[in-house]
Design a binder for this molecule. Sequence first.
Ligand SMILES: Cc1cc2nc3c(=O)[nH]c(=O)nc-3n(C[C@H](O)[C@H](O)[C@H](O)COP(=O)(O)OP(=O)(O)OC[C@H]3O[C@@H](n4cnc5c(N)ncnc54)[C@H](O)[C@@H]3O)c2cc1C
Length: 436
Amino acid sequence: MTISSDFKTDNHGWAELLQKREGQPPLRASHRVPWVIVGAGVTGLACARKLAELHPDDEILLLEAREVGQGASGRNSGFAVAVSHFTGGYNKHQIEEYRRVNRINQNGLDLLQAQVGAHDIACQWRASGFHHTAADKQSLRECAEFSRYLEALEIAHTPLDAQALKQRLGTDLYKRGVHVPNGVLLQPAALVRGLADSLPANVSLHENSAVLKIDKGAPLILQLEQAEVQADRLLFATNYEAGKLGVLRRYIIGSTLSGSLTRVLSGDEIASLGDLGDWGVLSLHGGGATVRLTTDHRLCIRNTAEYNGSALLSPQQLELRQALHRSNFNRRFPQLAHVKFEYAWSGVEGISRNGTNFFGRQNDNIYLAGGYNGSGLSRGTTFGTCLAEYASGESSSMIRDCLASAPAKWMPPRPFLDMGAFATVRLRFLGVGRDH
Ligand SMILES: Cc1cc2nc3c(=O)[nH]c(=O)nc-3n(C[C@H](O)[C@H](O)[C@H](O)COP(=O)(O)OP(=O)(O)OC[C@H]3O[C@@H](n4cnc5c(N)ncnc54)[C@H](O)[C@@H]3O)c2cc1C
C-alpha cells in the first residue's frame, strides 16, 4: 500500500485563538511496540487513554500527521452532543436506533466531562444545551418532527416561539425552535490539546508524524518519513484520510465546511444578543447555519459545506466563503453589521454515503473507528474508547452499540466519486432558504 504524503494544514482555526503550544517531537528511528494508534483527534486520543489504562505495562504509540488541534477535532463548531437530531423526520420504527445513537453520544459526553474535570482542561466547557432552530418552511416542518421525536423518547426540552428566541438570542430570524438542555458547548482546539497534554505516561504521542505506508503482516510495519515502526496491533483513528493508507477508500470522504469568528464583542454588543450571555444554535435544516456566542464573547457562524477533494479551503476560497458568512450573519444580527470577523476557518468532516459510522476490525491485527459526519466530539470519544476495549478482547453493551452501526454504502471511483460527492454535499442545501 503506497500513498501520497499530503497532510496539509493552515493556520486559520480555533487553535490560533489559543496560546502557542509546544508540540511533541516527530518520531525518528526504529521502534518495536505492541500497540500503535494512527490519528490524534478525539477518537485516537480516547483510544490511547483507554488502551494505556488496560495495558499499563505496554508502550502505546500515538502518531499524528499534523499538530494536535489541526484535524477536524480542533476545527469543529464545538457542540458536544448528547441528543442527536436525525434529519428526514421522526420515524417511530427507528426508536431503538435513535436510542442506540444517543446512548453512544451520552457515554462519550460523560467520558469527556470526566476527563476535562480530572485534568482541569480549560476548554470553555458550558453544559448549557443547544437551541435547535427553524427559519424557513422546510426547517419549520422539521421542527415539528424533532419535537415529536423528543417527546417520544422523553428527552427534556423546551419549545420556543419567535419571541422567546429573540429574547434569548437577539435575532428575529428564527420562527420556532426547541432548547435541549443536555449538550455541551466548548472550544474544540483547547479540548483536544488538553486531552493530548494529559495522556497517561505509557502513551508516546508524536506530532508531525504521518504514517506513509503500512506493510501488513505480523508484525505490521509502518513507514514514516524519519522512522519505522513494527507493531503487533494497529488502531486507525484517521477519519476521512484512512483512504490514503488504503483503508475504506470507497466508503468515506471529506466534506469541507467553513465559518467565521468575530472579534471579542463589547458589553453593549453582547447585551444586544439576548439575555443568556452565551449560547449555541443548530439549524434544523441540514444545510442551515451553526451559530454560537462563545463564552469569550465572540460570535461564530458556520454555514458552508462543499466537496473540495477532502481538503481544506485555500486562502482565496476562504475569502470568497467569508462573503457568505457575512451576509447571513448580517441577516441574523443587523445590529452587529459593523463588527468585523477576526478569523475564518475551514475544516473537513468525514462522511459516508448513508451517514453511518465506522467501527470494528479491518483485518487480523488492524482496527478502525471514525466517520461521524458533523457529530463526532462525543461519539468519537465513545468509539475510540470502545475500540481500545474491543481490540483488547473485551465485550460490553457499548461495544455492541458501536458494532451495530449500519454497513457503509460503497462509493464509485473517481471521477464518478467526485461528481457523486459534489451532488451529495449540494443536496444538503436543498430548500435551506433563510436558515442558511
Ligand atoms: C467545520 C466542522 C464543524 C463540525 N462541528 C461539529 C460539532 O459542533 N460537534 C461535533 O460533535 N462534531 C462536529 N464536527 C465533526 C467532528 O469534528 C468530527 O466528527 C471529529 O472531530 C472526528 O474526530 P476523529 O478523531 O475521528 O477525526 P479527526 O479529528 O479528523 O482526527 C484524525 C486525525 O488523524 C490524522 N491522520 C490522518 N491520516 C494520518 C496518517 N496517515 N498518519 C498520522 N496521522 C494521520 C489527522 O491529521 C487528524 O488529526 C465538525 C467538523 C467540521 C469540519
